[in-house]
Design a protein. Sequence first.
Length: 275
Amino acid sequence: MTKSHILINGFKVNFMANDNNDAVKIAKGDIVLMDFEGWIADTNELFDTTNAQTAQDNNVFNEKIDYKPMPVLIGGGRIFEGLDEALESAEVGKETEVVIPAEKAAGQRDPKLVEMIPMREFLKQDIEPRVGMELNIRNRPGTVTAVTPGRVRVDFNRPLAGKELRYKFTIVSKMEGDEEKVKGVLEMDYGTSEGFGITVEDKVISIDLPDVCKYDQKWILAKYRVVADLREAMAASNVRFIEEYVKAEPAAEAAPEEAEESEEISPEEIPQDKE
């Protein structure tokens, strides 16, 4: 295994070459599982990872996160542009490191996106703003950067805006079969594929929904992304979501027990023979 690098759109990508001509290549439209670490380049601060131990070692572990390889649709536009471009030239099983400039990551910072907002707008929503708090105000996500008695300064720039990022990633596997690809899209867009029934015939994809989807607001939003990604990754002409509402059969009534009750007769009630 040898260390090498290539240039992608003007920035350098380092990787460990496997010296294997049979390595599986990745292309736009593929669905893959990826392990990665994301670092802020100038401070060497970890901001995201799929590895629980790495998160613990850098004091960013979150017990609510399920640390595991992340499904990605190559070229789907769901990750930073620079990382997406680096993935298009990657190979399965090869560790790759790439430094992404801000313009191909979260973008440059925009001073106009830092606003002063009256304190009363927060109080109406029962929000007590504190420096560093991430919140949603005026229908936009932002971070509180200063609090005064009458006003609050909120930065609506993306948290990583203006920062050069360094990613170290490995493509764990490339999804091949139709059912595996559909499951990958469900994992990517909804967070799980558990309980879904999947049938693929030609370009028609039928997905039987588990009961939880009938009441989950998250699914109502996710299903549109699922359709778009299945069209992109599998050229689906028709995507069907099937909900079943099965009428419960009435419980059978238990047959009455015909128990013979024996009557006890007291000695006084026994007829006596007359002499």
